[in-house]
Design a protein around this ligand. Sequence first.
Ligand code: ZN
Length: 242
Amino acid sequence: MDAVKARAIVARRTDYSESNCMLTLFAEGLGVISACVYGIKSKKSRLLAASQPLCFAEFVLVKTRGDIYRVESAEIIETFYPISEDIKKLALAGYFLDILSDSFSAADGEILALILNTLYALSYKEIDPQIAKAVFELKIMQYSGYEPNLETCIKCGSKDSLEAFDFSGGAVCASCRTHSAVILPSGVKEAMLYILKSDTKRIFSFVLPKEAKETISQICENYILSKSEKHYKSLEYYKKII
Ligand SMILES: [Zn+2]
């Protein structure tokens, strides 16, 4: 079987024997894949560093049985080391990697660019983790085909008095609002529209007052949880330590 080269981020690592492990990679052009690494503990192994969660590397992979690959070699591109020195950022990144591991859409360069830009901002820029989290949640939903509609009421199509957010898919007007929808302040709606319309390099370039940050954070988190129907232990852990 021919080897393939793919840039990928390590989303998860499971050790299954003394010297072998299984990686969950989010790889450019391949999406979420499993890849075995053999002989990782040996002193000569150059794969150890590249097999850490968060590591972004160019992997040489050989397909074995089914959809499982074997890692032949890896050249590290970025380790996002500053994240590992901050327990809160590390917990948040763990949640992002969990979402990525069961990413609803397979091979998607935009999702890879999103995670890389988000981790870069957390590592090297003064970014508010609460904003990073909301942006990542909303943007990955958009790229996975679940973009909420914020410009017209999702029930009647009206463009007026869009005052609430319904987790089934977007904004609702005053007449269509039900008890399950939450208030959507106009500043929060504008910020969400900005995130949806911006490419991944510009998504963090906005400011919000504290109260609006709380609201956008709640809406984006509940939106991804309601659409994915997942329960993330990593999210619980992150919320416990912040
Ligand atoms: Zn309506």
